[in-house]
Design a protein around this ligand. Sequence first.
Ligand code: BGC
Length: 424
Amino acid sequence: MEEEIQKINFPKNFYWGAAASAHQVEGDNHNDWTEWERQSLKLKIKSAELKIWPDYILKNYPNPLQEENYISGRACDHYNRFREDFDIAKSIGHTAHRFSIEWSRIEPEEGKFSEKEIEHYREVIKALRKREMEPFVTLWHYTLPLWLRNKGGAENKIFPNYFSSFVEKIHYEFKDDVRFWITFNEPSLWAAQAYLTGIWPPQKKNILSTVRVFFNLIRSHKEAYDKIKSVQPEAIVGISENFEWQEPSFIRPLVHYFRNLFFLDRIRRHLDFIGINYYKAVNFFKLAIFLSPNDQHCNSLVYRGNALSDVGWLVYPDGLYKLLIKVWRRYKLPIFISENGIADTRDIYRPLFIRSHIDGVKEALKDGADIRGYFYFSLLDNFEWEKGFWPRFGLVEIDYKTMQRRLRQSAFEYKRIIEDSKDN
Ligand code: BGC
């Protein structure tokens, strides 16, 4: 019986990998974020000084009290070291890699595409193919070229046209080598953070702007989908949305709908798959006690001491299982877990975090959900947006002084899971 429970098949071509985004790893970008990082520096340091930080975070470089923490700068120098990084991913069994193409590199001025940068990404894709890793290309992951920012960014009503011409160019260049396309990363979350709560640039707090951006992104996705499919019908085109598990349950239907489903409902006929980015449960009363103690899948981190990640997120693996089932029942579309990860400097929770979330994936497969791949976020420690470098999400630790890479124990745990999945 025990044996049987463990022997749940992963589909034969299930993709295993890690995800990353250009601005977080490449280094030397020039976009709306790079400017904002400098403008918001002083305020960020001030607010970091008001908090109490554990020693294991302060002893790292850079830490939240240092200016360097908030400037993406060289990031992980992945732009120059991508081959080395892909060798590492290959060595731990990855069969796919999700990355994003930086719009500000490709189109630094309106309508002018950089052949040099196109060649760069061609090399990136080639490097993945050479290592037999399937490229999953994200066309937009939070950043905008400066010229477009100056025109009002995603709020401008012709944003969909700008996005469309960028997509057309990228697709034309790479269609022979890329099958999996993700138009937007977390459009709903981004619209809310940048236009409603004002946490991310352009830091607006305006409902009308948020709605405008929302509908512009919906239109942009649909047009990009049609464009890609008309030229490459065999392409597999989707989107990545951020999902949270909400507690307590009486709050869930409303929040879940607006936060997790509203956008997807509007584009469901323009999707070949849904990418789920899942990190945490959110308890509106901040008490883990509301999470049902009878959950049979993956449990332990929450109940044995309410594990929080270094950034204070409530670890709740069972939320992934439950969301997979909900999303599968609602849309009946193939699903990829396009991000799942934890900030854990000491790598003490990560091995179990990965294992227990993947257990949830297995359970969901067993219950009939069509899940095609899992991407841990992230391959490398990287630049964690407004928080900077201090949160460590990587399977691979980066020494930001020397740029040396070091595999964490959790990377080997993930490797074992991948290997075991092949014996099933
Ligand atoms: C984003 C990543 C980010 C991660 C951890 C996701 O919402 O797509 O870019 O690094 O969360 O915060």
